[in-house]
Design a protein around this ligand. Structure first.
Ligand SMILES: [Fe+2]
Length: 250
């Protein structure tokens, strides 16, 4: 039987793959980044089929609009009877196109673990407490400046079974819906100076350091709300050289 993989094994694989990609700008990681074990098994084995124009039903079907999304959806600390535990944060930024123009009226969705690093999901059985006052999902529409804003709780790091002692850095999952379901983009936002960055094969699957940095929010003191929350700013650029990395195979 092969011994379980250690962090040192994974670190070595990441270092080798980064060396291979040195100097190459890449906004998208390879689909099968071996240190991120499950990516090898679940990436498409056949060339992708180009979808022609979206079906008419996709363009005319129901979409989320101003009447569907309420202010409560963007405040993850107010979705239950009591206050969730943890460090309250404000996360704000803009959705921009490659020319820096605002992308307006976009449905931005988030999901995240609670302050203890636990998802309220059946398959998350890591022994950290659930918070009855925190579900960890939210959504909002971007305004005329392309701005989104969420009030939430800083998520905790959590273990996963990629290798022995594997931990995900604290992160918030983001989705930008687009104009139809086929356009949906999914990515993750991280918090500055997290000591787990170097050990995480998910983040390290983005082989270009500058592209990795674009996934990290900045602490912004003016965004912090006095006596209430700490502020983080994170812009999402949909394409072009400064694009935010998005997950493949969505
Ligand atoms: Fe996660």
């Amino acid at each position: 039987m092969t011994p379980p993989l250690t962090q040192a094994d994974i670190d070595g694989e990441i270092a080798d793959l980064h060396k291979d990609c040195d100097g190459q700008e890449a906004n998208h990681p390879p689909r099968d980044f071996a240190p991120y074990r499950s990516s090898v098994l679940r990436h498409p084995k056949q060339p992708l089929i180009m979808v022609k124009e979206p079906e008419a039903v996709e363009l005319t079907g129901p979409v989320f609009g101003v009447t569907d999304v309420t202010a409560l959806d963007a405040d993850l600390t107010k979705q239950h009877a009591g206050e969730p535990l943890g460090e309250r944060i404000t996360v704000q930024g803009r959705v921009l196109d490659r020319a820096g123009r605002p992308v307006r009226g976009q449905l931005v969705e988030v999901w995240q673990a609670n302050a203890s690093g636990r998802y309220p999901h059946q398959r998350d059985d890591h022994p950290a407490p659930l918070d009855p006052n925190f579900t960890g999902v939210g959504r909002c529409l971007t305004d005329d400046e392309g701005r989104y804003s969420f009030t939430t709780i800083k998520p905790g790091a959590y273990p996963w079974r990629n290798h022995v002692n594997a931990w995900r850095p604290a992160h918030i999952h983001f989705s930008v819906f687009g104009a139809a379901f086929t356009q949906r983009l999914v990515t993750q936002m991280y918090f500055p100076n997290d000591p787990l960055f170097a050990y995480d094969p998910v983040l390290q699957s983005v082989t270009d350091e500058r592209a990795r940095q674009r996934l990290v929010a900045a602490y912004e003191h003016d965004l912090s709300v006095p006596e209430w929350s700490l502020g983080y700013r994170w812009d999402i650029v949909l394409d072009g050289p400064a694009a935010t990395w998005m997950e493949e195979g969505r």
